[in-house]
Design a protein around this ligand. Structure first.
Ligand SMILES: Nc1ncnc2c1ncn2[C@@H]1O[C@H](COP(=O)(O)OP(=O)(O)OP(=O)(O)O)[C@@H](O)[C@H]1O
Ligand SMILES: [Mg+2]
Length: 250
């Protein structure tokens, strides 16, 4: 099954949170998911450790921790050093979905992950710095597409879609936020149609571990609404993943 990479060279845009939400929702539907923490800051690994600590390890999920990725990149323990692309591909087995979380910087690991992704989800807040981050990752995707096209001798498209995250609420959305969402839409880049709101439940995942369904009903906002939204986002991403690749307008 495919590899879905959550990436944008902009910190705090919601990569790890949306990767956890997507991975846990797909796993809850019975699909085995391998999540790879390719970010040395270990946010995904911290969620995984917390899940273990609180006895909330979701079924069908395994996490390749940041330390394991680091050791494999360096070739520790007598093994050959692997590239991030090789690490991702090694987990890309039939019937398993691979979810990759990278650091918010445009480095070699991000470039490598882009090269082997079946879909890149670009999480962004509807704010100018995130919009600038979007432009940077699009440039990086174009470069990868050009390089891979030269190698294979025909046009190679790398599927990607924007996920709007951390929206305060659909109803109190400001002019600036609206303008950025419209600018993304008008640019012709594919968008995940469900917008991800700023929700205590999503923040609660980092604190409690586990998935949305196992969150403490106290202090995590409207869990039912979060579950509905998360299910919709996961379904939307799966739909985009299954669509044939189409040329985007730039
Ligand atoms: N939709 C959301 N609702 C509520 N809180 C959120 C949401 N998305 C992210 N957050 C919070 O914002 C913070 C940053 O999110 P996250 O770690 O997912 O971003 P990131 O892009 O992975 O950051 P980094 O670039 O540092 O890896 C986290 O503490 C998380 O709890
Ligand atoms: Mg992160």
């Amino acid at each position: 099954m495919p590899a879905v990479v959550f990436a944008i060279p902009k910190g705090g845009s919601g990569k790890t949170t949306s990767a956890i939400v997507f991975g846990t929702e797909v796993a809850r539907n019975g699909v085995p998911v391998v999540m790879i923490d390719a970010d040395p800051n270990q946010t995904l690994t911290a969620w995984w450790k917390q899940s273990k600590k609180s006895g909330k390890v979701p079924e069908n999920i395994t996490v390749v921790t940041s330390d394991e990725v680091k050791a494999r990149l360096r070739g520790e323990g007598g093994s050959q050093p692997e590239t991030a692309a090789q690490i991702i591909m090694s987990h890309n087995k039939k019937g398993t979905l691979v979810v990759v979380d990278v650091e918010g910087v445009a480095d070699l690991v991000m470039a490598d992950a882009i090269n082997v992704a079946n879909l890149i989800v670009i999480p962004m807040k509807p704010m100018k710095p995130d919009f600038d981050g979007l432009k940077r990752i699009l440039a990086r995707i174009r470069t990868s597409e050009d390089q891979l096209s030269q190698v294979i001798g025909r046009k190679h498209h790398i599927k990607h879609a924007v996920l709007i995250t951390q929206l305060r609420s659909q109803s109190i959305i400001g002019t600036g936020e609206r303008e950025i969402i419209d600018a993304v839409r008008e640019s012709g880049i594919k968008m995940i149609s469900t917008l991800m709101l700023l929700r205590s439940a999503y923040a609660g995942l980092h604190i409690e571990g586990g998935d949305i369904a196992t969150l403490n009903p106290q202090g995590n906002g409207n869990i039912k609404a979060a579950l509905d939204e998360a299910g919709q986002i996961a379904a939307d991403i799966m739909t985009v993943l299954k669509e044939p690749v189409v040329e985007t307008v730039q």
